[in-house]
Design a protein around this ligand. Structure first.
Ligand code: ADP
Length: 527
């Protein structure tokens, strides 16, 4: 009697409904789950909130044996296991927070085949005895969460992830599945290579968030700029991201001083204070959380209406994740990035204790972030391009560029040609500050000694503020007409191929109206 085998899809849908109460799959969840059931290695890239966990949790319930899940965050591990247990799924975790008795308890469950999912911290893999026990157990498959942690090209490299290589050797016939929200080609390739994935099914989700409105602006009177955003959402929850703890404290006080219900969140606070503030935010007891990057992992508040950055984030990945915390309910939400001032230097200081090789990657990522700020293309397009995707068309209505809020100057081409020909006449041997001072017509000793007062470009932009000239150079770098060569240990401006085309008038750059001219009368000084 051959009753019809339920198809994978039906089986997965049943599991989804039975254990989670969900009626449908999110984008790419079904193919990702199918890869697991078909015993094919996979690399799944879904943006934050895309539902990665279910991609391995659901198939674990359709198979015999126990799935191993490697996850880097101890706190999230406990939350996930608690949630699974609450749904009637037999799951456990092993990490450094467990007492010996608890570890024994889990070991027994492993040995008696009681578990469907076992969460492990990556550093546990190195512990030989555990690995022996797991080799003896019936392992259905291995899921590596936050797989970008294995790559030093990613934004969150964790050396312990390198030990995961052993899994491939130990579990020759068990399939490996990697999950991440970071999808640059380089990181993707690195994950596959480091883990030794075999002909993996590569699934990449859609990174565009059409309901988010992106704006990027230079900082000038930051508090005012923040307040303007909040005032558009008098009742809406919002997150204000700052680079440093000190700035978090300061902005919180400033906002409280203006009567807003705001609280801080950063790694320097006690666990209790942090948890209390996060809780108050989730329950809408406060409107605004002012935070460092420490805030947000695993927080699932659907109705965040705005995310503000008071300085450039460390990487585009960070920016995508942090802004991605807005509008998870699908409703329109705003993301504002205010940049400039000392952002770059502040990050450089924070990164100064990194090993040189790591620091080099960090600085390159920071420069990419800065280029994004200076780039005057559709923001949605620029963001998804970073994640290796293309949009069919610009967003048209959901970013400052498409909405014409970024004022482009009429003389963009002429001014750009002046800048680039100055770089050319200086024989591409000087940096941004020097070049801007030549164009401004400054009588610095160095400029005089180099005889650059005699260049035809000397003083050509003297009517513009020096800061404005520097911004334009930054914009030309951001738009790919110039680049900063760091090979000699300091930044030297060089002209790219499209920069040469620009000199011939074959392509047109877009420079913004300088916003940094200080209005001396206003009397209010930022910071
Ligand atoms: P990620 O790890 O990709 O950031 P999560 O796995 O935390 O995403 O999922 C984000 C949220 O979406 C969670 O609250 C999860 O329960 C929910 N979710 C995931 N898949 C589905 C689905 N198919 N239907 C409804 N909700 C889902």
């Amino acid at each position: 009697d051959k009753t019809e085998q339920p198809t994978q899809k039906v089986q997965l849908a049943e599991v989804l409904k039975k254990y989670w109460g969900y009626e449908s799959f999110h984008d790419l969840q079904l193919p990702a789950m199918s890869a697991v059931l078909e015993n094919r290695d996979s690399l799944v890239v879904l943006p934050t909130g895309g539902g990665k966990s279910l991609c391995y949790q659901a198939p674990a319930m359709c198979q015999d044996g126990m799935a191993i899940v490697v996850s880097p965050l101890i706190s999230l591990m406990k939350d996930q296991v608690d949630a699974l247990n609450a749904n009637g799924i037999s799951a456990a975790y092993i990490n450094s927070t467990l007492s010996n008795a608890e570890k024994w308890n889990v070991s027994e469950k492993i040995q008696s085949n009681d578990l469907k999912l076992l969460y492990l911290a990556p550093e546990r893999i190195g512990a030989g005895r555990l690995l022996d026990m797991l080799t003896a157990a019936n392992v259905s498959f291995i899921a590596i969460d936050e797989a970008h942690c294995i790559s030093q090209w990613g934004h969150d490299f964790r050396p312990h992830y390198r030990e995961l290589k052993q899994l491939r050797d130990r579990f020759q016939n068990v399939n490996l599945h990697a999950y991440t929200a970071t999808a640059t080609q380089r990181v993707r390739d690195d994950i596959a290579q480091q883990l030794g994935l075999r002909d993996p099914e590569v699934l990449i989700g859609n990174f565009d968030r059409p309901n988010l409105y992106y704006r990027v602006a230079k900082k000038n009177n930051l508090l005012n700029q923040i307040q303007n955003v909040i005032e558009r959402h008098p009742k809406g929850a919002g997150v204000v991201y700052c680079i440093s703890r000190k700035e978090v404290e300061r902005v919180t006080l400033q906002l409280q001083g203006l009567g807003y219900r705001a609280a801080s969140y950063h790694a320097g606070m006690s666990d209790e204070d942090r948890a209390a503030n996060q809780d108050a935010f989730i329950k809408d007891d406060i409107q605004i959380i002012v935070a460092t990057v420490a805030f947000g992992m695993g927080i699932d508040k659907p109705d965040v209406r705005f995310v503000i950055h008071t300085g450039i984030p460390k990487t585009i990945e960070n920016y995508q994740q942090e802004t991605g915390r807005a509008g998870r309910d699908g409703l329109e939400s705003e993301c504002h990035l205010f940049f400039g001032g000392n952002d770059f230097r502040t990050w450089k200081m924070i990164m100064s204790d990194q090993p040189p090789a790591v620091q080099k990657v960090s600085l390159a990522s920071l420069q990419t972030m800065l280029d994004y700020c200076h780039n005057i293309n559709c923001r949605h397009r620029s963001l998804v391009q970073h994640f290796g995707q293309e949009l069919n068309k610009d967003c048209e209505t959901a970013c400052d560029v498409c909405m014409g809020e970024v004022e482009v100057i009429k003389d963009s081409l002429k001014i750009s040609q002046m800048v680039i020909s100055s770089v050319y006449r200086q024989q591409e041997r000087y940096g941004m500050t020097y070049t801007s001072r030549v164009l401004k017509g400054a009588s610095d000793e160095r400029i005089i000694a180099n005889n650059h007062t005699e260049l035809s470009t000397y003083g050509l932009l003297q009517e513009y503020p020096l800061k404005g000239i520097q911004d334009w150079i930054g914009q030309l770098v951001g738009q790919g007409f110039l680049y900063q060569d760091e090979s000699e240990g300091f930044s030297i401006l060089k002209i790219t191929e499209s920069g040469k085309q620009l000199l011939k008038g074959e392509v047109t750059p877009r420079l913004t109206v300088p916003t940094t001219t200080e209005k001396k009368s206003s009397g209010s000084k930022a910071s």
